[in-house]
Design a binder for this molecule. Structure first.
Ligand code: ATP
Ligand code: FE
Length: 351
């Protein structure tokens, strides 16, 4: 079975082709057009610009994915598409494109929850078995999911305000570092002293695995203003120390909450991470130690499959297809779509 996946929920337009033969699933192609440059001047993703760029790029991405895979359009057996959650204009562009292809080819359409795509990636990349714990840490999300099967997710907790990627981006802005903030803050932190600034570890005093990052960002702002008030400005070293202290605080919180989430679950096969923030090497190392202490394998998919991509959508769509899911021309785009067993019994029910 050969499946085409489309992703357009945020600022990346992606298309990918996966093929199942027997037990194995191969990624035949996985292409993405990033819109980072289009939004750079605005300091964040502009929904209108994003939607227009998706419409412009979707056809091209599908053509590229087919060419790279060496597959003709007629060789596609099913079409999977992100039906939410995300920026509505982008999700709509993808759903419309997928409907057009499905109708034109007379092939099944499968609506996929974007978060299910992220959550199932360790199954695609490492063959991780169920149930496992997933920490999704990206620019827009932060949540712990217990993944019991291709369509069975339980949200154990998550951020009550900002996502960690957002916090990295805001801290970079506060310190005059370039966007995206995560890599810039990580580079600066490598030269800094993580003990110099005493930043809060939000919600560590509270049980459960909910998280909060907005207070941390405010604390960085106050620490910065404190240094400026004292010395009239910030040196490279001040910046590096503040980045290192911030990164240590985020890592402490995520590591401790991960430890608790793992302790609360029985018979897990592993601990996996996904999302752009999982690219952070010092955070990864911390989480790896938490998994080891719990006696579990740690799975961090390669970066290209950790951030937004269409291969994960094609894979989640493939599993849903095999479970019997079929959508039709009534498939709707959902800006909000919680990934919970109760809230969404079928990952792509789309209704
Ligand atoms: P979502 O997938 O939730 O819709 P998104 O598309 O913004 O959101 P990703 O592409 O998964 O998320 O990740 C981007 C985020 O990851 C940005 O906020 C970026 O700053 C952060 N990030 C990238 N690399 C690093 C790093 N090395 N350290 C920390 N954060 C990082
Ligand atoms: Fe994402």
């Amino acid at each position: 079975l050969t499946i085409l996946g489309l992703e357009s929920s945020c600022d990346d337009t992606g298309a990918a082709i996966l093929r199942r033969s027997g037990g194995a699933v191969a990624i035949l192609s996985n292409v993405v057009a990033s819109q980072t440059d289009l939004h750079a001047a605005f300091g964040g993703v502009v929904p209108e610009i994003a939607a227009r760029a998706h419409v412009e790029k979707l056809d091209l991405m599908v053509e590229q994915a087919l060419a790279e895979a060496g597959v003709a359009l007629a060789g596609i057996d099913a079409i999977a598409v992100t039906a939410g959650p995300g920026l509505i204009g982008g999700v709509l562009s993808g759903v419309m494109a997928a409907k057009g292809l499905a109708m034109g080819l007379g092939k099944p359409l499968i609506g996929v929850n974007h978060l299910a795509g992220h959550a199932l990636t360790p199954v695609l990349t490492d063959g991780l078995g169920f149930p496992f714990l997933m920490l999704l840490v990206s620019g827009g999300h932060c949540q712990f999911l217990r993944v019991d099967g291709p369509q069975a997710f339980q949200r154990l907790g998550g951020t009550i305000d900002d996502a960690p990627g957002e916090a990295f981006d805001k801290v970079a802005r506060l310190l005059g570092l370039p966007q995206p903030g995560g890599p810039a803050v990580e580079r600066a932190a490598a030269l800094g002293d993580p003990r110099r600034f005493d930043l809060p570890r939000p919600l560590l005093d509270r049980s459960g695995c909910d998280l909060s990052f907005s207070g941390l960002k405010t604390a960085v702002l106050r620490a910065r203003d404190g240094v400026i008030a004292d010395k009239g400005g910030m040196t490279e070293q001040d910046r590096a120390d503040l980045c290192a202290s911030f990164q240590a605080a985020i890592s402490d919180v995520l590591a401790e909450k991960s430890r608790r989430a793992l302790a609360g679950q029985a018979r897990l096969t592993g601990f996996a991470v996904a999302g752009g923030v999982a690219a952070n090497a010092s955070l990864r190392a911390r989480l790896e130690r938490v998994a080891a202490a719990a006696g579990l394998p740690f799975v961090a998919p390669p970066l290209a499959l950790c951030t937004d991509n269409a291969a994960m959508i094609a894979f989640a769509g493939l599993l849903a297809f095999e479970a019997g899911q079929r959508d039709d021309m009534t498939l709707s785009a959902r800006p909000r779509w919680p990934l919970d067993t109760e809230a969404a019994p079928m990952i792509g029910s789309g209704k």
